[in-house]
Design a protein around this ligand. Structure first.
Ligand SMILES: NC(=O)c1ccc[n+]([C@@H]2O[C@H](COP(=O)([O-])OP(=O)(O)OC[C@H]3O[C@@H](n4cnc5c(N)ncnc54)[C@H](OP(=O)(O)O)[C@@H]3O)[C@@H](O)[C@H]2O)c1
Length: 313
């Protein structure tokens, strides 16, 4: 099968030919129709999980994918040949990922794909939409409260804006001027052009009493303090990038946490229903064939993501 692999950390992803893997007990072999590309994929190349978990090389890149069940391993009763499924496929310990014609997933991690939901949209969803869901829920923000989504113009941010706005939350979304109208259409009550002036200054000007919650998708460790200080007393901030330190939170008496996407099948099924019902829009802003995976990753890394990137198989 065709697959995109790295042969070591910090090497160029290359298209290669690998044997189709066999599903073990509790596993499902999926014939992928589309793979979603996430910033985490290029972070894995750079060794984001090095030291924390073993990596097997050649390592097939990619977490997210959608396709049809080809074969099931022993003990899998929930899925059968031809079922439409989507979910996370990354397993660096076994060198497995979704940038391939076939990929293995744990049956316990896969979600069923509704008939009307196309594979490309489904492949774009798992990490970004589940992260947005985890982060918005993690803030505990409710109707009438104010949430700043810092990094709203990207894949996670767009979903976070919609999920929060649907609950009656007043969403402030950071973006460049070109995507502001789209984010307001998704439900943002206000937009802040992060290219015009520092976001913290702009939000402080319009919300001198602060905001109730922040979902921060962009700030590094040395940038997040200015954003965190926008919180009202008892407000809460979550970071997608592990940027919140205990010292920072304690120094200012803030509540917050570094959170990670909780991609359960139940959450994925909920999100798929929302997409199918038109309540959650997933914008694919770049499509590429598998052989152009390296260029697609580079494009995402360089910025200008205004939605999701999908590899078509
Ligand atoms: N913890 C987890 O489980 C988890 C899950 C998913 C994602 N993440 C992380 O969360 C981050 C966002 O993911 P994503 O998939 O949404 O990425 P993405 O699609 O690349 O979107 C990031 C967006 O943020 C914008 N941005 C860059 N600098 C900004 C700034 N200073 N202020 C406001 N916006 C800015 C980018 O615009 P430009 O392109 O113009 O720079 C881009 O539109 C990534 O670092 C990702 O690795 C973590």
């Amino acid at each position: 099968m065709r697959a995109v692999v790295i042969t070591d950390f910090d090497t160029e992803p290359v298209l290669t030919d690998l044997p189709v893997p066999e599903p073990g007990p509790g596993e499902v072999l999926v014939r992928l129709a589309a793979a979603g590309v996430n910033p985490f994929d290029w972070k894995v190349i750079g060794g984001a999980m090095r030291g924390a978990v073993d990596h097997a090389f050649p390592l097939v890149l990619g977490s997210d994918g959608a396709g049809t069940v080809e074969r099931t391993g022993a003990g899998v009763a929930a899925f059968t040949f031809g079922d439409r499924v989507f979910g996370p496929f990354m397993d660096v310990e076994h060198g497995r990922g979704s940038y391939a014609e076939y990929a293995i997933a744990k049956a316990s991690k896969l979600a069923r794909l509704p008939d009307d939901l196309p594979f490309d949209l489904a492949a774009a969803m798992p990490t970004a939409c589940a992260a947005a869901y985890t982060f918005v829920e993690g803030t505990g923000v409710g109707p009438g409260q104010t949430l700043l989504v810092n990094g709203a113009s990207g894949g996670v941010g767009q979903a976070a804006v919609q999920l929060a706005a649907a609950q009656g939350v007043h969403v402030i979304a950071t973006t460049d001027s070109g995507t502001a109208a789209y984010l307001r259409d998704l439900g943002a009550a206000e937009t802040v052009d992060f290219t015009a002036a520092p976001t913290a200054e702009q939000v402080r000007d319009t919300h001198p009493d602060g905001v109730d919650a922040v979902v921060d998708l962009v700030s590094a460790d040395d940038q997040i303090e200015a954003i965190a200080l926008l919180l009202k007393p008892n407000g809460v901030i979550v970071s997608s990038n592990g940027s919140l330190g205990d010292e920072l939170l304690a120094a200012h008496g803030l509540r917050g946490a570094n959170l990670y996407a909780n991609m359960t099948p139940a959450t994925l099924a909920f999100l798929a229903e929302a997409v199918e019902a038109g309540q959650l829009r997933v914008r694919i802003d770049h499509r590429a064939p598998l052989e152009e995976a390296a260029a697609a990753l580079e494009r995402l890394k360089e910025g200008q993501a205004r939605g999701k990137t999908v590899l078509e198989l």
